[in-house]
Unconditional design. Structure first.
Length: 654
RNA sequence: GCCGCAGUAGCUCAGUGGUAGAGCGCACCCUUGGUAAGGGUGAGGUCGGGAGUUCAAUCCUCCCCUGCGGCACCA
């Protein structure tokens, strides 16, 4: 009296099976070789374990190791369990928690008194290989919730008890056995541990991580691993990581003599002449861009009395991140305290508030390259990407509610232009909607979110939802770039704010002659110059576009009696607006070239007797091996044109 | 902030319970050399800071600072 189900295969054919048949049995019914190669199935869109029964009609396809996505998931997931087993075999007192698959690998969090060491990683790795070589089958069962809880209580696995308790009641509690070792897991898994590639994984690092990601909870020890289907894939991945480390902006920043950090001012960059050159160029570019897009530029105080921060709400919400300044003892006695500004917005509202504004002034786009200081937690600091002192390309658009959508759309357009100019035609967009704790009515939030979403869609931007991550005062768009090591950094942002204008009592006179509250859009494109320059360095591997390159041309003499002509050429290049230097050191040209090439100088002019005699230069361009002899004036004209920032380039330029 | 690891010359790193070494760089000299390293000589270090153990600490112990990898945070 078994009922039957109908399964549809990828080729469209249908077959009847007894209800409860497993995906593995279905594969076997198709062919013995397929059964042997099968690793999992996709049943009705769900990644399905070969051991799981199917009890409803549906579509099915069988996966083999050739199905990369599914194969990698099973491999990484399987290795997570094997690693946990290895750890418990080596150190039985260790408590297990969770071990999810992540990009390129997995991690597993353990609770153990003693810290894992790099030597332990090697031991674990060896034990994992041994476990894999035992080729034990994987078995799964669905358990009663209470039975599972009891089981884990008896085993002394408190984290597993918590996990079982957290499984929603409409979902099965699934247990897996890998040989004798057992773990709670929603699956699916490979049918046999021996299918895991013992030579295509590596344990990478040990790190702390809070249980359930909550800093109030106990700190566990997390071990990260990477895994692939084949040894070659692992090798190329490790090589790629090395490559990425080589383009780390912190490394390039010191190799190229751009900036440095020191103990006296943690999280604040000391910009060297070459780094500051990039900074200045970028700032000038942004300034021109903003002018074109209808922004006015302002400048506001760095040190501001606490009364403003109290009014803006920062004193309550942000104080622990603010650098406080006691100016003198008298002020201190009066309880007067100043703070370095962590943001520009309150100051901008004060400029808006000076004098009477009318709807005719809106939208008012007020920009500032404002120097901000935030006391970031020590563990958050990361080169230029996360600093305590930085300059934002900040602006606030004061507008009417009906203008939000239009302003958003033109902002996204401007941001896309700028990112493209700077070498980031691709970036992620996240839409962060209302958080649980928020100001303003649901109706206002509905309107603000709606305006942001429709403007984003109108701009043709794909975005992902970042639920509940909006600011307390309004929803935001986040524009995210990825660094060399794969870490994401938010650069641009657009935030709708109904709260700050209220708190600081901003108003304008509307068409009706009455006072109205403007809406404020907080927005930035680069985010901070520091972070964005970090991204630029990594993105270009230090080889910045010519207009941004801190050293554009070095004129190197080959013989010392060419030094005078060399200096003259440099002067003429500088007058033509090019960043040029002379290299008249007493060294061979081969030595100079090597040093300049490794120093990422985009263009070298070499000057020997011939060039002096013929009034030419020998040009060598970074990345090319050949050279080219050109009259000096022609070379100056050519590179002066190339040195133009992208927004100033004439149409017919390259 | 939390967990772990690290800090020796300008840089990259070696090293030892008896106050330190290499390569590169730097300075000077020789060399005038045609596109990725010409040769010689020399100067440089409170071994991150403080305390302790010891006859003696750069090395061992503790505290702090900074950095690195994560976690948490990123208004």
């Amino acid at each position: 009296m078994t009922s039957s189900i109908t399964l549809t295969f990828p080729d469209g054919s249908e077959r009847q099976f007894d209800s409860g048949i497993t995906a593995g049995e279905v594969a076997a019914s198709l062919s013995i070789s397929l059964r042997r190669r099968a690793i999992s199935a996709v049943f009705n869109g769900t990644h399905w374990d070969l051991q799981w029964p199917m009890e409803v009609d549906g579509s099915i396809s069988i996966n083999t190791m050739d199905d990369e996505g599914h194969a990698l998931e099973l491999v990484r997931h399987g290795l997570a369990h094997v690693m946990a087993r290895a750890v418990q075999e080596l150190w039985p007192e260790t408590k297990v928690t969770i071990g999810p698959v992540i990009e390129n690998g997995w991690y597993y969090d353990f609770d153990r008194e003693t810290s894992f060491t790099p030597v332990d990683l090697e031991l674990i790795q060896q034990r994992m290989r041994k476990i894999i070589s035992q080729r034990e089958p994987v078995r799964t069962e669905i358990w009663e919730r209470s039975g599972a809880i009891k089981h884990y209580r008896n085993l002394g696995e408190p984290y597993k008890v918590e996990l079982v308790e957290a499984i929603p009641h409409n979902q099965p509690v699934r247990m897996y056995w890998h040989g004798d070792w057992q773990d709670l897991c929603r699956g699916p898994h490979l049918g046999n541990i021996g299918q895991l590639p013992a030579d295509a994984f590596a344990l990478r690092s040990i790190a702390g991580a809070y249980w359930r990601g909550d800093s109030r909870n106990r700190m566990l020890q997390r071990i990260y691993g990477v895994a692939f289907r084949r040894k070659e894939d692992l090798k190329s991945h490790l090589k790629m990581l090395e490559e990425a480390q080589r383009r780390d902006h912190r490394r390039l920043g010191s190799e190229m003599d751009l900036f440095h950090f020191r103990e006296e001012a943690p999280g604040m960059a000391f910009w060297h002449p070459r780094g500051w050159t990039i900074y200045k160029q970028l700032k000038a570019y942004m300034s021109r861009r903003q002018a074109v897009h209808g922004y006015v530029e302002v400048n506001t105080p760095t040190i501001v009395d606490r009364s403003l921060w109290e009014a803006s709400g920062h004193w309550d919400k942000f104080q622990e991140h603010m650098f406080l300044v006691h100016i003198d003892s008298e002020q201190q006695e009066n309880g007067k305290i100043n703070a370095l500004k962590p943001m520009n917005c309150p100051c901008h509202v004060q400029i808006f508030n000076k004098g009477q504004k009318s709807y005719r002034n809106l939208p008012l786009r007020m920009a500032e390259f404002g120097s901000c200081a935030r006391f970031e937690p020590s563990g958050a600091l990361h080169g230029l990407m996360r600093v305590r002192g930085f300059v934002q390309d900040d602006a606030h658009i004061f507008c009417e509610e009906a203008q939000i959508e239009g302003e958003t759309a033109s902002f996204i357009k401007m941001l896309t232009e700028i990112y493209t100019d700077l070498g980031f035609p691709e970036f992620k967009v996240k839409f962060a909607d209302r958080p649980e704790l928020r100001a303003g009515s649901d109706e206002i939030w509905d309107r603000a979110e709606g305006a942001l979403v429709s403007a984003t869609q109108a701009a043709g931007c794909e975005y992902e939802l970042n639920p509940g991550e909006g600011a307390f005062y309004g929803p935001k768009l986040e524009f995210v770039l990825t660094d060399a090591i794969g870490r994401d950094w938010q650069c641009g942002t657009l935030q709708v704010d109904f709260v700050m204008p209220e708190r600081l009592d901003a108003s304008y006179v509307g068409r009706d002659g009455e006072k109205h509250r403007p809406v404020m859009l907080h927005r930035a494109i680069l985010g901070s110059f520091e972070r964005f320059i970090g991204m630029l360095i990594e993105n270009h591997f230090g080889n910045l576009p010519f207009w941004l390159a801190p050293r554009q041309i070095v004129v190197a003499s080959i013989v010392s009696h060419a030094n005078e002509y060399t200096e003259e050429a440099v002067q003429r290049l500088i007058q033509a607006g090019i960043r040029a230097e002379a290299d008249t050191r007493n060294e061979k040209i081969g030595y100079k070239v090597r040093e300049l090439v490794t120093g990422r100088v985009p263009v070298i002019f070499a000057i020997g007797e011939r060039e002096v005699a013929e009034n030419t230069v020998s040009i060598r361009t970074l990345g090319k091996t050949g050279m080219e002899i050109v009259p000096l004036q022609d070379a100056i004209d050519r590179f002066a044109a190339l040195a133009k920032p992208p927004d100033l380039v004439d149409g017919d330029q390259i």
